[in-house]
Design a protein around this ligand. Structure first.
Ligand code: GDP
Length: 534
């Protein structure tokens, strides 16, 4: 029995507007170990999604595996999908996109950022801006999304706060404006001063970070400040604040929304300090979903339903061995069972039964709004960047792929497993675990390309676990890949070329010098860091 399909129009425009305005969809970017996982947990704690984050982390000496999340899910009966954590705070509906940590850092991380409306950059107070933060920041910068900064681990000896702010500005070429200011650091860390509300929030140490941190307040001129933090730190704070107010630019919301200014907060996630304070500012400052650039011009979030696929994942759960496509709603009201058109193939799809938010126990999504993430069971229809919509003609002009920087050859141990191998290779490449390049002579094994070498290990492990295929991998001396364009005959003459999974010719190089030399010898050919049609 099939229920009648719901209407394709947004039936209640005022309600839709309200839901759009309430949405805050963001992702956390950071270098491994800066505290992304801890921050995520604490945000969930303050968002009321879990009661006591400490009880989860204390359990097994802080191992954050997927099963930890699964067990949180089971304990609390909430849906923490591997892709978006959702909670309500201050009347806002917050979607925190989960970007994989360093264990499986990959192109997938980058892709997830395409579904975010803002980003939180978490820095380690002792280390400042680190290499992976820079890479991820660049992606956000390219998209022009606003970025907020949280300087974490203030309970440990930290770099000078002025130096940290300067480092953000110089390394990342963005204006950084502190909205809070730390009082001391390491064992002397006493709290932060809120430069917007002129309040002092003092830090009370809690054992194991188990409870919400109590907060006291006192103005800068309040003599109680000296009592609370000691007169040395109180005086230093007064001097610092004078310097900040005299020398640093004021916070400007428009510049922030254009992605040219980052507000900076300080705290200690593990101790729950500064997190809720950040969150309360975040829901005010961060943008709700805006228009999306499409082939048909800007699509407003209030237009008819459209969503795009930003991530594919195979074999997420042992019970349901299939693939999930993660769709971000870009406009309109999504209702389960609605009829849409898949632009790339022109196929009509009914987003019904099969379309559920993917969690340990699948939970049906009855409706969703712009900014929300919906997991769709993927019977092989969806590719990254695909659009489904009620009007059927929408496409996204480009979807970022990232240029691999390390390459490995791969060979199959048991040639009898070729079929499973090819399936795994295709599906894992589709997910963005690695990129695959095929030598055009067909005789040799493919090359895998990755942004970081850890991706190869993840690939190898997943191939074995999920497809039962063992492979040997050897990291090669290649460091660069270039897509070839220009004179077709010239391109065809290159004997050494390999092609990507779409059959586009590429060439691998051992060094920048190698690339420059080849490019000089062949001015008729363009050597592009990404395929031309992206
Ligand atoms: P991720 O790799 O960015 O996800 O980082 P994690 O959240 O797993 O944190 C890395 C390590 O730093 C863990 O041992 C955390 O307990 C620790 N950590 C996180 N936040 C803080 C903090 O505010 N202060 C201190 N001292 N340690 C922290």
């Amino acid at each position: 029995m099939t229920a009648p399909a719901p209407s394709n129009q947004n039936s209640n425009p005022a309600a839709l507007e309200r839901e759009i305005e309430r949405r805050r969809t963001f992702a956390i970017i950071s270098h491994p170990d800066a505290g992304k996982t801890t921050m995520t947990e604490k945000l969930l704690l303050y968002g009321g999604a879990i009661q006591e984050a400490g009880s989860v982390t204390a359990k097994e000496g802080r191992s954050h595996t997927k099963s930890d999340w699964m067990s949180i899910e089971q304990q609390r009966g909430i849906s923490i999908s591997s892709s978006a954590l959702t909670f309500e705070y201050g009347g806002k509906h917050v979607n925190l996109l989960d970007t994989p940590g360093h264990q499986d850092f990959s192109e997938d991380t980058y892709r997830t950022l395409t579904a975010a409306d803002s980003a939180l950059m978490v820095l380690d107070a002792a280390r400042g801006v680190q290499s992976q933060t820079e890479k991820l920041f660049a992606v956000c910068r390219n998209r022009g999304i606003p970025i907020l900064t949280f300087v974490n681990k203030m309970d440990r000896p930290a770099l000078d706060a002025f130096e940290l702010v300067a480092q953000v500005e110089e390394t990342l070429k963005i204006t950084a404006v502190p909205l809070t200011w730390p009082i001391g650091d390491g064992p002397d860390f006493k709290g932060v001063y809120d430069l917007l509300t002129n309040q002092v929030l003092t830090f009370d140490r809690t054992s194991g970070g188990k409870h919400r941190a109590p907060v006291h307040t006192a103005g800068l001129d309040d003599p109680k400040l000296d009592e609370l933090v000691g007169s040395d730190l109180a005086n230093k704070l007064r001097e610092d604040v004078e310097l900040i107010q005299g020398a640093m630019p004021a916070f400007d919301a428009d510049t922030f929304l254009r992605g040219e200014l980052t507000p900076v907060f300080f705290g200690s996630a593990i101790n729950n300090f500064g997190v809720e304070h950040f969150l309360s500012h975040f829901v005010d400052l961060a943008p709700s979903p805006g228009p999306v650039e499409t082939n048909l011009g800007e699509r407003q979030p209030s237009a008819g339903f459209a969503g795009f696929i930003f991530k594919l994942q195979a074999n997420m759960s042992k019970q349901h061995r299939d693939r999930t496509a993660y769709m971000r709603v870009m406009s309109g009201h999504f209702e389960r069972g609605m009829d849409v058109t898949h632009t790339r193939t022109g196929r009509k799809l009914r987003l019904s039964q099969a379309h559920t938010l993917f969690a340990q126990d699948r939970e049906k999504v009855e409706e969703a709004f712009p900014g929300d993430i919906v997991g769709l069971v993927n019977p092989g229809v969806f590719q990254i960047g695909d659009v489904v919509s009620v009007d059927g003609k929408v496409t996204l002009p480009s979807f970022p792929r990232f240029t691999p920087e390390t390459f490995a050859t791969i060979s199959l141990r048991d040639v009898g497993k070729r079929k499973a191998f090819m399936k795994g290779l295709t599906q894992l490449a589709e997910e963005g675990v690695v990129q695959v390049f095929y030598p055009t002579d067909g005789a040799r094994d493919p090359y895998l390309g990755a942004v970081g070498p850890l991706q190869f290990e993840v690939f190898q492990a997943r191939l074995q676990e999920e497809y039962g295929v063992e492979v040997d991998m050897h990291v090669t001396g290649y460091q660069l890949v270039r897509w070839l364009a220009g004179d077709p005959e010239g391109v065809a003459r290159f004997a050494r070329h390999v092609e990507d999974d779409q059959g586009r010719p590429v060439m691998l190089f051992r060094s920048r010098y190698d690339l420059e030399y080849t490019a000089e010898q062949h001015p008729e050919i363009e050597f592009l860091p990404l395929p031309k049609d992206l």
